[in-house]
Design a protein around this ligand. Structure first.
Ligand SMILES: C[S@@+](CC[C@H](N)C(=O)[O-])C[C@H]1O[C@@H](n2cnc3c(N)ncnc32)[C@H](O)[C@@H]1O
Length: 287
């Protein structure tokens, strides 16, 4: 008789628990990497079996945050992929500038470094005061860190180069206070940011967005779920609005491809347009 896949069974039951008890549905996530993260979470937290997590998770809601944080990869950095920020600064901001108010949605903001990077750039271009930013994630523990805006000085130091490569105009330390080995971002930078729990699988889209930044999130989803989320973004964007995805993410397989025109070669920044008539690829330059 074939050996049953016991760990696979434990993981299935854990995922079913997350779904039925807390409405967190991971069934459409790319399974191999999700399995790896669950095994790693169990090991790191001293569980000798994945199934040991389950009864605790059923009866103790406070464990949920920790599990979601552990298995949802809230890895991020300031001005991650600086070239993308440079493109947004140089090509997207001049268009956004023409609107009386700007609405930006940073979906899957993790611990907040991406949204503070965006806020700094908006300040430097004189757009911050007329902008409302929605920074969302389904990971409450990551959102708490984002809301506080406190980070280790070490992590910020390592990313100063990103800020410069992104076209930063001041010095990064102008935007935070350093205390011992931590830094805290200026409240001025936080005042137009709303942090909120939002699940891309089950919650409704935010309306009338001018720019949606959702990088390195779709990569964890299977193709059907990626299509659903891209459709959600299309409903959220105004006509002429922009969508920015991560460098390993694609729109090529999805029905929304006809309505998203890449703004620069090799970049994953797209403009929402009326249906694109001719065949084009993600690497074509918009005219
Ligand atoms: C790798 S981080 C990306 C952070 C940031 N966007 C960046 O590129 O640096 C992925 C984030 O997506 C979030 N996420 C995963 N599934 C989600 C969902 N269904 N709804 C909302 N956020 C989700 C995770 O909690 C995690 O914080």
């Amino acid at each position: 008789m074939e050996e049953p896949d016991i760990i696979g069974l434990e993981i299935d039951i854990l995922l079913e628990t997350l779904k039925r008890r807390y409405s967190y549905d991971f069934s459409s996530y790319a399974r191999a990497s999700l399995d790896r993260r669950i095994r790693h979470f169990a090991e790191k937290n001293g569980y000798s079996r994945i199934s040991e997590i389950i009864p605790q998770l059923i009866w103790d809601p406070s464990l949920l945050k920790k599990v979601v944080y552990g298995i949802s990869v809230p890895v991020t950095e300031f001005f991650r992929n600086p070239r993308v920020f440079k493109i947004i600064r140089e090509k997207v901001f001049p268009v956004l500038e023409t609107y009386p108010h700007i609405k930006i949605w940073n979906a899957g903001c993790a611990t907040g470094q991406e949204v503070y990077s965006m806020a700094i750039m908006l300040k430097e271009e004189g757009l911050y005061d007329k902008t409302q930013i929605y920074a969302t994630d389904f990971n409450d523990e990551a959102l708490e860190i984002a809301r506080e805006g406190i980070y280790s000085i070490e992590s910020v130091r390592n990313q100063i180069k990103n800020y410069q490569q992104a076209g930063g105009k001041e010095t990064l330390s102008d935007y935070y206070l350093a205390r011992y080995n931590r830094i805290i971002f200026d409240n001025e930078l936080k005042k137009n940011i709303v942090f909120a729990n939002h699940n891309l699988i089950s919650d409704s889209p935010f309306g009338e967005m001018h720019l949606i930044l959702c990088r390195n999130v779709l990569i964890y989803f299977n193709q059907d779920l990626q299509c659903n989320v891209l459709d959600l973004f299309m409903r959220s964007l105004i006509h002429g609005g922009f969508l920015c995805l991560g460098s390993h993410e694609s729109i090529r397989f999805s029905a929304v491809e006809r309505f998203l025109s890449p703004i620069e070669k090799q970049s994953k920044v797209f403009k929402k347009v009326a249906r694109i008539a001719r065949e084009r690829s993600e690497t074509d330059v918009d005219e």
